[in-house]
Design a binder for this molecule. Structure first.
Ligand SMILES: [Fe+2]
Ligand SMILES: [Fe+2]
Length: 166
């Protein structure tokens, strides 16, 4: 196993996860400010899951005797329109799925099964995030922004009711 290869891939993922945490919390703040509480809570819950990914990556990096490069992949984009936000995060999650699938294949080719499994787990989680964002986007498409406003009166939707930090 070539450790440097895995360490490089894992730190690239650390950068992407950090960027996602920052971006999703920014969206959480703005959606909350606009009164769309359930959607804003969804962003907070997924941001916490991305932080969990960061921790798994960090543990693997330290096991491989690398260090954790705590540098986000890019700056936060200052988007505040709910539909534009959802399009942005769907693209981010799709890109994550692509990147982590490739990383899993590279780790397999490099005989690093544990890192491969970690990337495969992340693929499953990011697909789940995409799915949740897409559902919200579909509903805005069908019912307009009033969907988000009405959602706010009815309390959190079931799928986001049990998130941490409520
Ligand atoms: Fe993630
Ligand atoms: Fe994600």
């Amino acid at each position: 196993m070539e450790r440097a290869n895995s360490i490089h891939l894992l730190n690239k993922a650390v950068a992407d996860e950090l960027q996602a945490v920052h971006q999703y919390m920014y969206f959480h703040f703005h959606l909350d400010d606009q009164g769309f509480r359930p959607l804003s809570q969804l962003f907070k819950r997924i941001a916490l899951q991305e932080m969990g990914h960061l921790e798994l990556l960090a543990q693997r990096l330290l096991f491989l005797k690398g260090d954790v490069a705590m540098v986000p992949a890019g700056p936060v984009e200052t988007i505040t329109d709910p539909e534009a936000i959802l399009l942005k995060v769907m693209a981010m999650e799709e890109e994550g799925v692509r990147t982590y699938n490739k990383a899993a294949l590279e780790c397999a080719a490099n005989a690093d099964a544990a890192s491969k499994q970690l990337f495969e787990r992340l693929v499953g989680d990011e697909e789940g995030h995409f799915d949740q964002y897409e559902k919200q986007h579909d509903n805005i498409k069908r019912f307009g922004l009033s969907y988000l406003a009405l959602q706010s009166f009815g309390g959190p939707a079931p799928e986001i009711a049990s998130g941490p930090g409520e």
